[in-house]
Design a protein around this ligand. Structure first.
Ligand code: PGA
Length: 250
């Protein structure tokens, strides 16, 4: 299947469109007295989207009171307070500035004991199911083609689990951690199968640095060396790109 690609003039344009979709979902559910379930991502890519959602909350009264969130992943070995933890990232960029109820925010734990990791991952899956599944999943894409931390070799039906991080992924994080030796080696991530169960998926990618991996994910056959290529099998997955990220699509 050829995945849907939308090329935007700027990342801001892309983020406005995805924010429109999120706002419509939240408001449609509220009108029926229901919840909207968002799957959220970290990294530099979605920061502009979160900024736009915060702006809408502040300036336009968009309420997140009927929203439940599940993040894709968390580094193992980092406390919530660690400045590079995804817990910290999400609160800093989004949760501290909107009215989402704290009890409806979900991220995998970075500090769960080794022997409890499997049970923790199973509970995360169960919490997603109990919430009714993810309505709209936001994704970035790593230079390894990962979605969440599903590095090359992850199976299309993989579930939430402990994973080792690819060397390229750790290098890309080294500056933020003040050196490669400080970058965690493992994480907990939703699996590709978990992600593909979302009813709608928006993968965001900006900049020339992502052009090659975007091309592989979009144009080349589905392959477990590029987890994002699995989105080709999803009926409602859209790659939202800026011009530079789309530059190799021809
Ligand atoms: P980035 O990371 O948004 O910081 O480029 C994307 C990813 O690794 O999924």
């Amino acid at each position: 299947m050829v995945p849907k690609v939308k090329t935007h003039n700027t990342p801001e344009d892309a983020c406005r469109e995805v924010a429109d979709e999120i706002a419509e979902l939240i408001e449609a559910r509220r009108a029926l007295g229901g919840m909207a379930v968002l799957g959220l991502a970290t990294g530099g890519t979605p920061v502009r989207l979160y900024r736009e959602l915060v702006r809408r909350h502040r300036e336009e009264g968009l309420s997140f009171a009927n929203v439940t969130t599940f993040n894709l992943d968390e580094y193992l070995g980092l406390t919530r307070e660690h400045p590079e933890s995804y817990w910290h990232f999400m609160h800093h960029h989004l949760f501290d500035h909107i009215d989402v109820p704290v009890e409806r925010i979900h991220l995998p734990s970075g500090t769960v004991a080794e022997e409890e990791i499997d049970a923790h991952c199973a509970e995360y899956e169960e919490a997603i199911r109990a919430a009714g599944g993810i309505d709209h999943q936001i994704l970035g894409i790593g230079r390894t083609g990962h979605i969440g931390f599903n590095e090359p070799g992850s199976a299309i039906d993989s579930r939430t689990r402990r994973v080792g991080l690819d060397g390229i992924t750790r290098e890309d994080a080294a500056a933020a951690f003040g050196g490669l030796e400080h970058v965690p080696t493992h994480a907990i991530t939703m699996g590709c199968g978990t992600i593909l169960e979302a009813r709608r998926i928006s993968l965001l990618a900006w900049g020339a640095k992502k052009a090659e991996i975007v091309k592989r994910a979009v144009k080349e056959p589905v392959d477990d060396r590029v987890s994002a290529s699995f989105l080709q099998t999803h009926e409602a997955a859209v790659f939202h790109l800026d011009r530079d990220a789309a530059s190799r699509l021809g």
